[in-house]
Write a protein of this length. Sequence first.
Length: 477
Amino acid sequence: MNTGQPDSSQPAVMDDERSGVRISIKVKLAIAFTVIIGLTILALSVIFLNKQKEQLYIQTIETGKISLNYFVSNASIPLLNDNILELNKLIKETSSTEGLLYGIIIDREKIVKAHTDSNQIGKPFQPFGNTKDAVSDGTVTFYQYMTPTGSNILNLSRPVKIQDKVLGEVHVGISVDFIEKMIKKEALFILMVASFIILGGIVIAIIMGIGLAKPISKLVRATREIGNGNFKHRVNIKQNDELGDLSSSFNYMAQELGLKEMMKSSFGKYVSPEIVKMIMENPEQTWLKGTRNEATVLFTDIRGFTAYSETHEPEDIVESLNQYFEIASKAILDHGGHVDKFVGDAVLGLFGVPVKHEDHVERAVRACLAMQKELKKAAESGKNVLLARIGIGVNSGVLVAGNLGSDIKMEYSVIGDTVNVASRLNGLAKDGETVVSKGIYEELKNIITVEALPPTKIKGKTEPVETFKVLTIKDKK
């Protein structure tokens, strides 16, 4: 059943459910930079190298075409005249061309008439093996093939014609292995540059990570300080960015929490900790409004205080009163009560309101006997004679509790016949005595021993009131 009262049995705990290997921000940034830069360079390298390879291949074809066209232009007449010497002279003249591996001129019968390798002259032309698909560009046909030694050759061929009459065919071969070598060289260069870039990125990431980790570490330490109650702790981050904004907000939060804690601490000097908690958790709760409640009221005051105050200095009076108030307040608060107010030399204590307790009657009586015990003990020193002159009256019943006053000044208090009777019972108690009503006795007769007092007529009551002086109470099991 929810009574609206605070449950102090469940402490607030912040669980840290993090698991796994801890990786710092600087390491995460370094990894992220490495991956991003590495993937970017890899993608750009693949695009760049493929483009370069394609351009080199086109340039190689164009170079081959130049040599091929030269041969075709100058081989028609010697080929028509079967001038083998002139054809081989033509091949020899261009054999020094960079990148050109061979030149071959064959006739219509596929017989080699001229060749860079003179041993092949006069032999039938043997088609190349391991060829790739041939590509035609006008009258030029080219394709790649691989030699038995593993070299990659680009072969270009073109027919030799005179007036559309085919006299033969010219072949030139150009190595394309240099393209792969150049691409590998470029790739190695890109890898070296990429390594330096990645290394630089890692350094930058670590620097950035440190720049982020330091302020965050400060904030973590600050949260722990706040958690330990050090609300004066401040975070000193002078960065003009989001971390600087977070630092300012954190300091503002700490300041506000400090003010609230100071208010709570100061307020706690006037009301019980339970009431402070209720107000802080729900300041608009209905217990602040006027309500009827079953509660127990105790009144204490000092016998002969007026005469004492006339013969002592104000400083001594205040000091003696404060010692008495401290003992009385502690006894009330220790038993779950509320110190409602101090009126002159009187103390008004409440049990059952504003914090509800089913055993408010027992709590009140135990508080009274504990108070008298502490007062007697303190009075034995002889320094404060007032402590031995305290009488207490206790009554229980229905009363009205709530905030009384105006918008300018307001206080939580209680009113009603139950309160008035408790005040009258207090007047019947002698030094060191606790006088209770019949209702209190009936409620606790199984655990208290009393001395019945003569029925007494009190103000506000038509019939004499039965009262009892409490002597002892059984200890709680």
